[in-house]
Write a protein that binds this ligand. Sequence first.
Ligand SMILES: Nc1ncnc2c1ncn2[C@@H]1O[C@H](COP(=O)(O)OP(=O)(O)OP(=O)(O)O)[C@@H](O)[C@H]1O
Ligand SMILES: [Mg+2]
Length: 249
Amino acid sequence: MELLKVEGLNLWYRDKKVLHDVSFSVKSGEVLCIVGESGSGKSSIFHAVMGLLPPYARVEGRIIFKGKNLLELSEKEMRGIRGKDIGMVFQEPSLYLDPLFTVGVQIMEAYTEHFGKKGAYERTIKAMVKAGIPEPEEKFRMYPHQLSGGLKQRVCIAVAVVCEPPLILADEPTTALDVSLQKRILHLFRKFREEGKGIVIITHDFGVVAEVGDRVIVLKDGRIVEEGDVFSIFDNPRHEYTKRLLRAL
Ligand SMILES: Nc1ncnc2c1ncn2[C@@H]1O[C@H](COP(=O)(O)OP(=O)(O)OP(=O)(O)O)[C@@H](O)[C@H]1O
Ligand SMILES: [Mg+2]
């Protein structure tokens, strides 16, 4: 089943056009990777889908989720979707987490915002377990600075899954981590896929694609230059730019 369908997305920041007719879709039980160099427009796609563009951005096209065009929803309606129906993982956990609150409270808040306090603690612990956090009751009471980078990213993943959204969008979720931690985090996304979630992972690194991707779109200067299943792109990249990204591996 198609979870998210992006059609003919065009985006401008003031008068600078950064996305050109971008279209793709994601199904349940599938990991779609969006790959491209810095500045190719990856995060802009993420922000457009989540309704997190700055006020001076102008966007055209359709982003269909659950039968609705997200581009037509109000900020209030989008707030009801973010976190609840679409989980989000950001690149830099230290920027995302609030240093003044325990990580447990921050995960729990992501739940209570949509579902209220009832059962929230249990759901939080469950999400922490799911995100691969050992001794969750103990970690619940810790502050972000008391945790390693890998654990902080797991906390962000717990925030993203605590409401059990059918779709997860992750923007460079492992860029700040070393290779062995990266593999462990990507393994979590594979497990979410096995549960039937749809997942979009944004990355500049074909190593990440090799690890978890089912399908890939390659973005260059705001345009999709190549798309296909992971095996065919690794075996037979057509675009010179894709070949170059692959050589960097
Ligand atoms: N808020 C913004 N205001 C104006 N221009 C922006 C804004 N965000 C991004 N841009 C510009 O839009 C283009 C695409 O940026 P974007 O952040 O989407 O790329 P990216 O692929 O995510 O890059 P990176 O790998 O560095 O994160 C770039 O030219 C960038 O300078
Ligand atoms: Mg980015």
